[in-house]
Ligand binder design. Structure first.
Ligand code: HEC
Length: 160
């Protein structure tokens, strides 16, 4: 009598085992799907060659290097960005050359635009996410253009 009860258990054990396996596979699959698809879905910092291209072209259309220099003083960028020395923030010395290769496929001007309006989208290696994020609101598009023109005019190399 006791036997008939225990043999009857086997199919049920098999069914619950299969169900458990199914659940485990579903979870593994779901996790793998989320992990692999996340980089694509976080579009905020993903870029293509055309990113910011329209804004940059408009901002640079009437840009002036000397206006840019004045704005950098007025907005006190140099408190952090000391020329030739980059402890708190990268030096502006050689900015034109570095901006060209910093974030492919962005051009130097596109990279500088992003660095000003959205500093946390890409962090210069070795530096903290410490740049104020509100320059995009405080500066007009034309002012950003002047600043980009000025930064593009600074070549030269940094000692370290
Ligand atoms: C409170 C400090 C601070 C101020 C003020 C500041 N920045 Fe920055 N900036 C940083 C830091 C830190 C980084 C590096 C981290 C990053 O890439 O966001 C940076 C990065 C940059 C970069 C990219 C540099 C590179 O080598 O890739 C540019 C361009 C830039 N800032 C422009 C400006 C301009 C223009 C102003 C003024 C309108 C300004 N910053 C004001 C801290 C500052």
């Amino acid at each position: 009598m006791a036997d008939s009860g225990s043999t009857g258990q086997h199919p049920r054990i098999a069914v619950s085992f299969t169900l458990a396996l199914l659940i485990v596979f579903t979870i593994v699959f779901a996790v793998a799907f989320v992990v692999t698809s996340t980089p694509e879905s976080s579009t905020s910092s993903s870029i293509v060659a055309q990113s910011y291209a329209t804004e940059v072209a408009a901002a640079l259309s009437d840009a002036s290097v000397s206006e840019g220099e004045t704005l950098i003083e007025a907005f006190q960028c140099s408190i952090c960005h000391v020329m030739g020395e980059g402890r708190v923030a990268p030096s502006f010395t050689g900015m034109a050359d570095r901006a060209e290769t910093r974030r492919q496929p962005l051009s130097a001007a596109q990279y500088l635009y992003e660095s000003i309006v959205s500093p946390s989208a890409f962090l210069a290696e070795g530096y903290a996410n410490a740049m104020p994020a509100n320059f995009g609101d405080r500066l007009t598009q034309a002012e950003i253009g002047h600043i980009i023109a000025y930064l593009l005019s600074i070549s030269g190399s940094v000692s370290h």
